[in-house]
Write a protein that binds this ligand. Structure first.
Ligand SMILES: [Zn+2]
Ligand SMILES: [Zn+2]
Length: 163
């Protein structure tokens, strides 16, 4: 979606609120199951360095916990801080249209979001994961495996007995 920024154009330090959704399509470089669009709530400020965008990206996706391997709904509000001119220069993606009166921010949001998302997901800070021996979900209850840490002194003894 193109946003009209003409009302802050030419007025240093003037700001405008923007609210829009970006639909992220799954493709080769995104293997993420997004649930609905990313909601962007931000302020664009006309600065000496171009246009700053500051706000948040509200994202929901289906993730798999790396500890217990369960599918869960990940929802996060991620901070957004970027500069439209710098982004256009660095990425080579065109942001400004119609003589700079309109901006198209989908690419910027997509890039910033992918850089901000975690590389792996945890369903809960307290997730106990699965037992490496029997595969039981330890969040449900303890399994019958003996997962007591082995006493290093006993290890030495075991090696000794094997010889
Ligand atoms: Zn988990
Ligand atoms: Zn077990």
């Amino acid at each position: 979606m193109r946003l009209d920024i003409s009302k802050i154009k030419g007025n240093l330090n003037s700001q405008m609120d923007v609210n829009f959704d970006v639909m992220l399509e799954e493709n080769d470089d995104i293997e993420i199951d997004f649930i609905g669009p990313v909601h962007v709530n931000a302020v664009i400020t006309n600065t000496e360095d171009g246009y700053d965008i500051d706000g948040s990206m509200d994202v929901s996706l289906d993730a798999i916990c790396y500890r217990c391997l369960k599918l869960f709904r990940y929802h996060e509000v991620i901070e957004l801080h970027d500069n439209l001119n710098n982004y256009e220069e660095e990425s080579g993606e065109k942001v400004f249209f119609n003589g700079g009166n309109q901006v198209y921010l989908d690419g910027l949001i997509r890039t910033d979001l992918l850089l901000s998302l975690p590389s792996r997901y945890l369903c809960d800070e307290t997730c106990r994961g699965i037992c490496p021996d029997c595969g039981a979900d330890l969040n449900v209850g303890d399994c019958t495996c003996n997962n007591e840490p082995i006493d290093p002194r006993l290890e030495v003894l075991k090696k000794f007995l094997k010889q």
